[in-house]
Every structure is written in C-alpha cells, then in structure tokens.
Design a protein around this ligand. Structure first.
Ligand SMILES: NC(=O)c1ccc[n+]([C@@H]2O[C@H](COP(=O)([O-])OP(=O)(O)OC[C@H]3O[C@@H](n4cnc5c(N)ncnc54)[C@H](OP(=O)(O)O)[C@@H]3O)[C@@H](O)[C@H]2O)c1
Length: 266
C-alpha cells in the first residue's frame, strides 16, 4: 500500500475519526474536516492530523475545501447524518438540507478532487454509504434515499474512471456505535408519532449493541490493500451475513424483515 494523503470528511468523531486515526497510524498524511475545528475538544483532536473547516450543507463550501486540501490520493466521503421521521412530513427545506449533506456535498467534493487524481493516474474514492441503501427502513426515507443515490453514483463513477487508475468503492456500515445525528423531522400531533417512537427506540437499542467505529476503519484498510477492490463492502456486526441477505432475498423479503426488526406494528 503506497502512502500518501487522505482527505476524510466528518472526522471530529465516530467513523470519520476512527478512519483518520487508523490511517495516521498506518503512515498516511491525514487531512480531516468537521464544522468547527477550533472547537474540537483536546480528547477528540488527533495529533498529526490537519483539520479543515467544512460545512457540508453549504453548496459553496466544497470548492474551498478542495483548494485547501491540495493533492489528495484517497478521498473518503464520510460526513453525514441520519434524520428520522415520516416521509409524508419532511419539509422541502429539510429534504434539501439532508440531501446536500449526505449526497450533493460528496458528489461535489469528488468532482473537485477527481481531476488531480486523473492527471496523476491514481487515486481512491471511498463513499461511506449505509446498509439502508440495500435495506431501507421505515421513517428513514431521506437517509435511505440519499445513501441509495450515493451507491448508484459511485457505481457509475467507478466504471468511468477505472481506465485512469482510480478506484471507487462504497462501504455500507450496518449499525455502528457512534453518536450519528438523528434529527427528528415530524410535525406536532403527527399520526405517525407512536410508530416513529417505536422505530427510534429500536434503532437506539441496535446502535447501543453495535460494533465500534474501528470496524469501518479496518474495512477502509482492506480496500486500500486490495489490488482490485469490490464496488461494495458491508461493515459491522454480521456484515457478511447481512450483506448476503440483502443481496439475495427478494425485495418483499427485505421489507418484511425491516418492518419486524424496527418493531413497526408495535
Ligand atoms: N453509525 C452508524 O450506525 C452508521 C451506519 C451506516 C452509515 N453510517 C454513515 O457513517 C458516516 C459517519 O457517521 P457516524 O456514525 O460516524 O456519525 P457521527 O459520529 O455523528 O459523525 C458524523 C461526522 O460528520 C460531521 N458532520 C455532521 N454534520 C455535518 C455537516 N452539516 N457538515 C459537515 N460535517 C458534518 C460531524 O462533524 P461535526 O459535527 O463536528 O461538524 C462528524 O464528524 C455517515 O455518513 C453515516 O451516514 C453510520
């Protein structure tokens, strides 16, 4: 594995931080982003990492980030959040905000970094997607849809840039024990309130019992070590089994499992 420079978005905590820490330990130069690097607690800050400010909901922010990051060998599009609420009730401004954070910013940043990789005829772009692209769950419509779009975008891109020596992969974490943002997007007096509460409780239980963020960092390393990495990697507890099921069960079968797993019917 040749060392160089990696840019990881959303690395103040959780999966992004674990990736930054692991890559640093492996000898990579690490540039990491978060919204307010100046306010990072000393315990969260990694010595040797260069932190840049990046607000992913600002469509203008990616060009400046790409300029400041300079030459990037590995781009890891990780920043994201997982809003929860009824598909019927998400306000248009919130729909746009979450798609900007989870999807558009990753596309824009990738577009800004790719020309340099193409000229150097090498590079790796990793998108941190989600299992929700393969198994959408109730009340995660914006999240599941944005992660499904990332997965398709990445798969197209992968075929387009292969001839320039650039590798593109998606990691689909299952549940990982982090503080992933779960903004509640629901109207007061919503008829869905009880069902949303059950799903939130079920999610919280699954996250509490999930694998730590380092699991995803190890998946990143296995991608970087592979001569020909696969398009999609599942990561987390029982990743292989869960990946197999979502890829081989019928769509109705996946839907039935999701409804049961998230305690939809009470
Ligand atoms: N945890 C899971 O179970 C799980 C499962 C599947 C996929 N994922 C994906 O993994 C990625 C990382 O999630 P995580 O679980 O590690 O969550 P996390 O601990 O909340 O970390 C999210 C990171 O994204 C950054 N971020 C959040 N909002 C941002 C914004 N508006 N602009 C720029 N940066 C922003 C945060 O930095 P600041 O707040 O400091 O700016 C933070 O560093 C996400 O894409 C998520 O969808 C997570």
């Amino acid at each position: 594995m040749a060392y160089g420079r990696v840019l990881v978005t959303g690395a103040s905590q959780g999966i992004g931080r674990a990736i930054a820490e692991t890559m640093l330990a492996e000898g990579w130069g690490v540039v990491a982003t978060c919204r307010a690097p100046d306010k990072l607690a000393p315990a969260d800050r990694l010595d040797g990492v260069t932190y840049l400010a990046f607000e992913a909901t600002d469509p203008q922010a990616t060009a400046e980030l790409a300029r400041q990051a300079g030459e990037v060998d590995v781009l890891i599009n990780n920043a994201g959040a997982s809003p929860i609420g009824p598909a019927e009730e998400a306000l248009p401004a919130k729909v746009r905000e979450h798609f900007q954070l989870n999807l558009f910013s990753a596309i824009q940043l990738t577009q800004a970094i790719l020309p340099g990789m193409r000229e150097r005829r090498q590079g790796t772009v990793i998108f941190i997607g989600s299992m929700r692209s393969e198994a959408p769950s109730p009340f995660s419509s914006l999240y599941s849809a944005s992660k499904a779009a990332i997965r398709s975008f990445a798969q197209c891109l992968r075929m387009e840039v292969e001839e320039y020596g650039i590798k593109v992969c998606v990691i689909a974490p299952i549940f990982i024990r982090t503080r992933l943002g779960q903004e509640l997007l629901m109207r007061t007096g919503s008829p869905y309130a009880a069902a949303v509460d059950r799903v939130r409780a079920s999610r919280a239980r699954q996250i509490a019992a999930a694998a730590p963020a380092g699991v995803v960092a190890r998946t990143v390393l296995s991608i970087l070590r592979a001569r020909r990495p696969r398009p999609l990697y599942f990561s987390g507890r029982f990743a292989r089994l869960q990946g197999f099921l979502t890829q081989h069960l019928s769509r109705s079968g996946v839907e039935a499992i999701m409804a049961r797993r998230f305690n939809l019917k009470g």
